[in-house]
Design a protein around this ligand. Structure first.
Ligand code: EPU
Length: 432
């Protein structure tokens, strides 16, 4: 009997066992590009955003801006937005389902139009992810906030400055508040803010738009303007893509030069790379050479808000530590359930036990190729990394997640010598 298995999302076929070698340029940052693109809603003037990575989340953002009425031209890594004719303040129903970051439309829409209607995001594969802090901020800023029929309805009669302290540190929560306040005259104060490089990059843009912004530790003083201006901005390099390529290099005992990286954004990651056995050479302000000293030391990693160790690098390190000489411990403090990659890594022979927010990794000598399933963006990257170093062939299924956040990752890996191939959406796996 002939058995045929079809898969509907594309897959990556990775042949393990090659050392990565060569030089690649890291793309512009996804998580910096998205809030900067949403900032264009605030103005009536043209904006140009450069070094925007070509990926699904950017396409979703461009579609959303177009739906609202903006004229957007996207060529290569340049996105030009003419937001003059934005007339709508409601974002379409399925947009938040396709891309959680669509909640970043709340701040700028409310600021420009005095109202916004945005679908309420649910939980996702890495945890419940509430937006209570976003809504609490808008409410304290004087907006009426109502959640009904699965949507958030916001309206504000008179925009006024506000002093607000976040109960917890949130990246997009901080960005939403900053976006809103850029269109609010007078001096506002935000406390306990996120200070991730992506937030700082957005602040750079808001300054170009005419806001006066000062950052002191986790406090931001912001004085908005009644007429935010257009801007030209090149987004920062993607520190998570850089970190992912570094892990891939160290785990394969390769030697790679990464260009378009900002070593200052990678402090906690570089420390752990060196601790595990990587050799880091900073070559000026935007280039790093990574190699390996042949060791595979176990690590203790606790994720935290920037400048702590990024949760977005946890899965990739977990994959690498599967092969360490000894026992590692990884504690995830940011998201509730961000260990779905562990079950998949286990299929490849990794020995990892998860208890709540903690993973104990007993290093093994070898892992083996298997058919594994992507559950979220960074989990997908961890499976590709595992595939690079596994014996045999690994099929990473559902790389739709990977495409949401990495620009041509497999092409970059290929350039570095990896044997990796994208398979079309319908793959027949088993024969007769
Ligand atoms: N939280 C709340 N209430 C809120 C907001 C957040 O309880 O109102 C909680 C979250 O549930 C989470 C923690 O606070 O437990 C931190 O969440 P945060 O709001 O900082 O995350 P985010 O803004 O939704 C961004 C990135 C994520 C990245 C996190 C943490 C973007 C578009 N997304 O998400 O990126 O993991 O910050 O650094 O910037 C990724 O790129 O793979 C990714 C998930």
């Amino acid at each position: 009997m002939r058995i045929t298995t079809y898969y509907t999302s594309e897959s990556l076929l990775v042949e393990g066992g090659t050392r990565l070698k060569g030089r690649v340029r890291v793309s512009g940052s996804k998580n910096a590009s998205l809030p900067v693109l949403f900032a264009t809603i605030l103005t009536e003037e043209r904006c140009l955003v450069e070094d925007v990575p070509v990926l699904l989340d950017v396409k979703n953002t461009v579609d959303l801006l177009t739906f609202l009425g903006a004229e957007v031209s996207w060529e290569g890594n340049r996105v030009q937005v003419d937001p003059k004719d934005i007339k709508r303040w409601d974002t379409p129903k399925d947009t938040v389902r396709r891309m959680r970051a669509s909640i970043l439309s709340m701040g700028p829409l409310l600021s420009r139009f005095g109202r916004a209607v945005v679908p309420m995001p649910g939980g996702c594969s890495i945890g419940p992810r509430p937006i209570d802090q976003h809504l609490k901020f808008f409410s304290e800023a004087g907006a009426r906030v109502e959640v009904r029929d699965g949507k958030v309805f916001l309206d504000v009669e008179r925009k006024r400055p506000v002093e607000f302290t976040f109960d917890l540190i949130t990246v997009t929560g901080t960005e939403n508040a900053l976006l809103y306040l850029t269109g609010v005259e007078g001096r506002s104060v935000l406390r306990n803010v996120a200070i991730e490089p992506e937030v700082m990059d957005l602040i750079e843009v808001l300054r170009k738009m005419g806001a006066e912004v000062e950052v002191e530790g986790r406090t931001v003083l912001i004085r908005g303007t009644s007429a935010p201006k257009g801007f030209t901005h090149r987004v920062i390099p993607d520190r998570i893509e850089a970190g992912t390529l570094m892990v891939a290099t160290v785990v394969t005992e390769g030697e790679v030069i990464l260009d378009n990286v900002n070593p200052e954004h990678l402090g906690a990651v570089l420390e752990k790379i060196e601790e595990v056995g990587g050799v880091v050479e900073i070559r000026g302000k935007d280039s790093i050479r990574i190699s390996s000293n042949g060791k595979r030391n176990p690590l203790e990693i606790i994720t935290g808000e920037y400048p702590g160790f990024p949760t977005d690098m946890q899965a990739q390190f977990t994959a690498m530590l599967s092969l360490a000489e000894g026992r590692s411990r990884v504690v995830e403090t940011i998201f509730e359930s961000r260990f779905h990659h562990v079950a998949e890594l286990s299929k490849m022979g990794a020995n990892i036990k998860v208890k709540g927010r903690e993973a104990l990794i007993e290093g093994v000598e070898r892992i083996f190729g298997a058919e594994v399933h992507s559950t979220d963006l960074r989990a997908s990257a961890s499976l590709v990394i595992a595939g690079l170093v596994a014996e045999g062939t690994t099929l990473v299924r559902d790389i739709y997640h990977l495409d949401r956040g990495y620009e041509r990752l497999e092409e970059k890996l290929k350039k570095l010598g990896a044997r990796i191939e994208r398979l079309p959406s319908k793959v027949t796996l088993s024969g007769s």
